[in-house]
Write a protein that binds this ligand. Structure first.
Ligand SMILES: Cc1cc2nc3c(=O)[nH]c(=O)nc-3n(C[C@H](O)[C@H](O)[C@H](O)COP(=O)(O)O)c2cc1C
Length: 341
C-alpha cells in the first residue's frame, strides 16, 4: 500500500484526519496559530506547555491558555510538572476544558523547568516519569501522550529505554524530538532513533525536529513513524503545511500573504486583546517576511507601528488585492464557538 500523508490514523479513540501535526511552541502556539494550521491541513494541533502548578493554583494567566475553539479539534493540550498528583489534577482540568488528548512534557530543556524536576529532567527519573503517566491516565478518559527528547547528553539513547516503559504505563502515543537536552536546538534531529522507537512500541510514534519537506515527511512515514510534527518551519509560513501534505509546491502571492497575516493579526487580537497581541505579533512580522516575501523596510515599519490598525493599513497598502482576499477570508471562515472557562 502506498503511503500518503492524508491517511487517517488514531491515538486511542481519537481520530486524526492527516499525518501532519503542529508542534507545541511556547510563546507561539496560541489558538489563532492552531486554527490557522488546521485550515492549512494539520490533522492535529498542540497547545504550548501549561504549568500543572499554575492550574493547581488557579492562576488566571495559566487558565487563559485553556481557551479552546470549536474548530481546532482534535487538539492536544500539553502540561508540565513533576508531581504525579498535581499532574493528574491538571489533566482533569484540561480535559474538562475540552482537550482531546492530554500530552505530558518530558522534553523541555529550559533550566527554569528542569530545575523543578519537570520537562527533560524526567528522562533521568524513569520511575517517577512512569508514575506520572499512570496517575494521569487513571485521572482522565482522554488518551495520554508523552513528548520527550532522546536523553540528557548528546549521543544518549535514553528514549529507547524509557519510551517502552511509558507505553507500558499507559501512554497511548509518544512524540520524539531526537535531540539531547544539552543540545537545546543545535545539531540535527536524529530520526534513526525515532524509527527505532517506533519498532519497539505498539503505540503510534510521532517525529518532531527539522522536518520541512514533503519528501522528508514521506521518508519518515515509510520508516514506520505514524505522523510528522512541524514546528519552526510553520512559523509565518502556513503554506508550507499544505505543501508538505500534498507535495505540491505552493508560493503564495504578496496579496495572499498580506491577507493571511492581517486575518491572523485580527484573530490574535480577538484572543489576546490588542495590547498583548501587538507585542506577540512582532516576531511574526519577521517570520512572514522571510524568503524575501516582504521588503525589509515594510517589516521595520510593521514592527514600529503604534497600533495593530496601523500595521494592518501598511500591509494592505503594500499588497494590492489583499483587501478583497481578506474580505473573503472573513466571510468564508466560520466563527468558532469557544468553551467557557
Ligand atoms: C519557541 C519554541 C517553543 C517551544 N515550546 C515547546 C513546548 O511548549 N512544548 C514542547 O513539547 N516543545 C516545545 N518546543 C519544541 C518543539 O515542539 C519541537 O519539538 C522542536 O522545535 C523541533 O521541531 P522543529 O524543528 O519542527 O521546530 C518549542 C520549540 C520552540 C522553537
Amino acid at each position: 500500500m502506498s503511503l500518503d500523508l492524508h491517511q487517517r490514523w488514531q491515538i486511542g479513540s481519537v481520530e486524526i484526519p492527516s499525518r501532519l501535526v503542529l508542534a507545541p511552541m511556547a510563546g507561539v502556539s496560541v489558538q489563532a496559530f492552531r486554527r490557522q494550521a488546521r485550515r492549512f491541513g494539520a490533522g492535529l494541533v498542540w497547545s504550548e506547555m501549561i504549568s500543572s502548578a499554575g492550574l493547581g493554583h488557579k492562576s488566571r494567566r495559566t487558565y487563559e491558555y485553556l481557551r479552546i475553539a470549536s474548530d481546532e479539534h482534535p487538539l492536544a493540550v500539553q502540561i508540565f510538572g513533576s508531581e504525579p498528583a498535581l499532574m493528574a489534577e491538571a489533566a482533569r482540568i484540561v480535559e474538562a476544558a475540552g482537550a482531546d488528548l492530554i500530552d505530558l512534557n518530558f522534553g523541555c530543556p529550559v533550566r527554569k523547568v528542569t530545575a523543578t524536576g519537570a520537562g527533560a529532567a524526567l528522562l533521568e527519573q524513569p520511575r517517577l516519569a512512569c508514575r506520572i503517566v499512570e496517575e494521569v491516565s487513571a485521572a482522565v478518559s482522554a488518551p495520554v501522550t508523552v513528548k520527550l527528547r532522546s536523553g540528557i547528553e548528546p549521543g544518549s539513547r535514553t528514549c529507547l529505554e524509557l519510551g517502552p516503559q511509558l507505553a507500558g504505563s499507559g501512554a497511548q502515543a509518544l512524540v520524539l524530538h531526537p535531540r539531547a537536552q544539552r543540545q537545546m536546538y543545535g545539531g540535527k534531529a536524529d530520526h534513526s532513533l525515532t524509527a527505532k522507537l517506533a519498532e519497539l512500541v505498539e503505540i503510534p510514534v510521532v517525529a518532531s525536529g527539522d522536518i520541512s519537506s514533503h519528501e522528508r515527511a514521506l521518508e519518515l512515514i515509510e520508516a514506520g513513524i505514524a505522523a510528522v510534527m512541524i514546528g519552526r518551519a510553520a512559523e509565518g509560513n502556513p503554506w508550507l503545511l499544505s505543501e508538505i501534505l500534498s507535495g505540491e509546491p505552493t508560493e503564495p502571492s504578496q496579496a495572499q500573504i498580506a491577507a493571511e497575516l492581517v486575518y491572523f493579526m485580527r484573530e490574535t487580537a480577538r484572543e489576546l486583546g490588542d495590547r498583548r497581541a501587538g507585542s506577540f505579533l512582532k516576531k511574526f512580522y519577521g517570520w512572514y517576511s522571510r524568503r524575501g516575501r516582504f521588503p525589509r523596510q515594510l517589516r521595520r515599519e510593521l514592527v514600529e507601528a503604534e497600533t495593530l490598525k496601523d500595521a494592518e493599513r501598511l500591509l494592505l497598502a503594500a499588497a494590492p488585492g489583499a483587501e478583497d482576499l481578506l474580505a473573503r477570508l472573513e466571510a468564508d471562515i466560520p466563527r468558532p464557538t469557544e468553551m467557557a472557562l
